[in-house]
Design a protein around this ligand. Structure first.
Ligand code: NAP
Length: 259
């Protein structure tokens, strides 16, 4: 399927690995030129090289922490005038409600709410000027159904979701569509770290912790970064122009809800 976005430019934050890389890969396959970002330069350059080689697109890399003002300034310089923005960053650590102090909340709010808002504030005006733009925020299934050990994530992502619900409706008239993409369990380094944490807490092995978690998912497995990326690319396509402020859940049926 031709997504109708060949030749456009996208910034994909936090994209050297995992879900961000899945999104970058699917956009590259659709012919979109990329600005890719991550903190670690080595994995970032390797992923950028791979996408250039496989898809013949232009890729600019920005090795920087997207959650800091300095990192954001570097990203904005490289990404000025992009047509598509995919917001992503690492997720907060798990814990108990009694573990978290004000500083932990500020850090989670900064990474998973205020950073994507800063990127939208900087880049959406350029999209409005052109009369076309797409923003996809990678959030979490925890927006629909809380994951108790991820209280910092539950809180910060709920804030971003509220912001998107209103803002998407203010910019839709200019051809700019802002939506959220909610991963359930996907097989990435992040989920491996969470399984290791669960194993440590329960005394089970990591394999046992993974199997116990996957047994609760109706699809019986984790999602792949390719499945996630393809959905993101559709949400960035010409065909998603009537999708406004939605929360698209990709969770193998894990959230047990009728709607
Ligand atoms: P991942 O496999 O750990 O990959 C994270 C990517 O983001 C890496 O490329 C990493 O590179 C980059 N990154 C992390 N922090 C960054 C920062 N501050 N600035 C720039 N780049 C940064 O994680 P993932 O599983 O793809 O998860 C992506 C997001 O989805 C996270 O917020 C996670 O909480 C959320 N999520 C994931 C799942 C899941 O099942 N995987 C489920 C729900 C929600 P560097 O380390 O080199 O910076």
């Amino acid at each position: 399927m031709d997504l109708g976005i060949k030749g456009k430019r996208a910034l994909v934050c936090a994209s050297s690995k995992g879900l961000g890389l899945g999104c970058a890969e699917a956009l590259a396959e659709a012919g979109v030129n990329l600005v890719m970002n991550a903190r670690g330069a080595e994995a970032l350059e390797a992923s950028a090289r791979d996408l250039r080689d496989r898809f013949g697109i232009d890729v600019v890399t920005v090795a920087a922490d997207v959650t800091t003002p300095e990192g954001q300034a570097e990203v904005f310089r490289a990404a000025k005038g992009v047509d598509i923005l995919v917001n992503n960053a690492g997720g907060p650590p798990p814990g108990m409600w009694t573990d978290w102090e004000r500083e932990d909340f500020l850090s989670a709010l900064n990474a998973n709410m205020l950073t994507p808002i800063a990127l939208m504030s900087a880049l959406v005006p350029g999209m409005i000027e052109k009369g076309w733009g797409r923003v996809v925020n990678i959030t979490s299934q925890s927006v629909k159904a809380p994951i108790a050990v991820l209280g910092l994530s539950n809180s910060a992502r709920a804030g971003l979701t509220g912001y998107v619900a209103g803002t998407s409706r203010q910019v839709a008239q200019f051809g700019v569509n802002i939506n959220n993409l909610l991963p359930g369990s996907h097989s990435t380094d992040r989920i491996a770290a969470l399984d290791a944490g669960a194993a440590g807490n329960s005394g089970a092995s990591v394999d046992e912790a993974r199997a116990a978690r996957q047994a609760t998912i109706p699809a019986g497995r984790d999602g792949t970064r390719q499945e996630f990326g393809a959905t993101c690319a559709f949400m960035c396509s010409q065909f998603a122009g009537y999708m406004v402020g939605q929360n698209i859940l990709l969770d193998g049926g894990n959230v047990n809800a009728t709607i």
